[in-house]
Design a protein around this ligand. Sequence first.
Ligand code: SF4
Ligand code: SF4
Length: 659
Amino acid sequence: MDILPIPGGGGTRIRLAVWAAPSPAASLVYLNGLESHHGWFAGPAAQLARLGISVYALDRRGSGLNAEIAADLRSWLDDIESAVRFAGQENSGAPIHVAALCLGAKLAVAFCVRSPGFVRSLLLVSPGLATKTDLRRSQKIIAGTAFLRRPGPALPSPISNLGMFTSHPVARAFIESDPMRRTRIPAAEFLEIRRLDRMLARGRKTLDLSIHAFFAEEDLIVDKAETTRRLRSLAPSHRGTVEVKTYPRTSHALTLDPGIPLAEDMAERIAERRAPDKNRHRVLILEAAYETVEAAVEKALDAFPREWKNKKVLVKPNVIGGVAPDRHCTTHPTLVRAVVEALVRRGAEVIVGDNPGRLGYGLNEASFKASGILEAVPAHYKNIGLERAEVPLPRSRLLTSVSMSKAVLAADLVVSLPKFKTHQLTQISGAIKNSFGFVAGGDKPKAHRLAPTPKAFAEVLVDVFAVRPPDLVIMDAVVGMEGNGPTGKDLRPDIGRIIASENAVDVDTVMAEMMGLDRARVLLLQEAYGRGLGEADLAGISLDGDLPKIPEFKKPSTFSLQPRNRGFIFVAHRIVYGWLVGVGARMTVDRSACTSCRSCCDICPPRPKAITMKVRRGKLAPEFDPKKCIHCYCCMEVCPAQAIEKRTPLGKWLFKKQF
Ligand code: SF4
Ligand code: SF4
């Protein structure tokens, strides 16, 4: 074990106890309990290091190695972020997990609420989110007034005797002779713990990661039932997972109990979250050109072998609003043809279909015709929007059900052919979003209406995606789109790749990496990862082929203003982002390009609509009401004439970005 000083919150030096593994597969940041310190975790930490997991134990300010530093909630959380970042730098690419004992569990959870995206899972030992012990009333009054004179008097720990920690003789002997144990705690720290409780109460339903709780059967300190309930309310089942293990005939200080396999159990949980399944998490990146794409498609199908013979296969390209293939908003017809022909050679019964969003008789066919796909695979095209089924979404927070093409549900295998694109609302428009095309009829605008924010819409997209994740994804990244997709004019013909995998989330993660996006801020990826649908981190993906970073890739302008953390959400997101991208932004129409087709007005989700068709100077064209617009970009997406744009003149002036 080494003691390392690192810069903590506010630039203060803090000290970490480190058990380094030689070639770590994961990093574990450990947080101590109320009276304890890193030494209480020394046994499991040494064992974890032997199992290939580097451990970084952070003693909370005011305790253990950092006893002399004044404590407050913000510094505690900032220090955790420093320790997590330090672990990330030390073991580049290795996923980071956080373990914590008792009170440390509250801080671990609060950190993940405040700073989502850093941590792969939480391993909470005797987590004390709710306890059976508390300060006496008079002590609470003293703690409540500690803000007047920090740190205030030292109060006795609410854990009144050593027997509450453990009945195990080895653990008992350790605690009795522990010189760093704190039995009296400054009143101000109890005040900060109360603030921590309030922060957790506000964080309900915000966590989307795996939580593993390890409980002692005979714990006299922790209220196990209430703690479990609180963990489940923080990470509800449609977002995260909470798994509970209880060790029989054990007491609170599980980290000191030599009779239980705590380190092995932790290592097993960590391995579950990192093990790259060679089949599910393999992503193949192949160089390709449209003229020779057949060879790349053959390689992809050979790399992910399936029993295709006599199977009903739905091939789902990305087809939007009747645009020509040279605009590269849609999957290129040569790729669709190559995939269909290769599947037919393998004996599959193939249909090709999508719901491109334009509502009305004949518009599905018209969109496929414009995209060149109808001509490329005339015998396989099917209007899958005609036959629908109502699919319940019991795990969705926003939708109870969705109308989906029956062809999706009837298919033995689904092959998704997304396009490598940006999107102003969802940041990326790749494999996860391609599944939104399974939604038929008017349920797409309804979903936008019920989920008007980027975060809510990411949830809905993943709700739909999770109904029927594709069996194989082959992404058209031969020519990609940058800037303000999904129907923008900025193309990248220099990508020259197809990207294939059995996991759509992994494909999007690789795409986001190629785009140079901060994956922790790509809401779709985080949402899908949080539900265990794929990897949002390259560490969990088995890459086959070079992953090129596209030089000077233009991010969607809305991405630059996406909030980084919750504090930012409430201040900058509401004020700056909300104003610039919301009120300050305007949808505008190029009246000379408009063909008066009404598709934009038909699709516009709000009720009443933000678009009305009006005749001016003898021409029927849309007019936009910015107060009703929810910035879903559906109108841009379906406009076959590419006549609609978003303009934010002040945003451009302020940020010198492309608004
Ligand atoms: S005007 Fe366009 S962007 Fe605004 S709500 Fe209607 S369809 Fe969406
Ligand atoms: S802007 Fe004109 S061409 Fe474009 S969808 Fe609307 S009505 Fe059709």
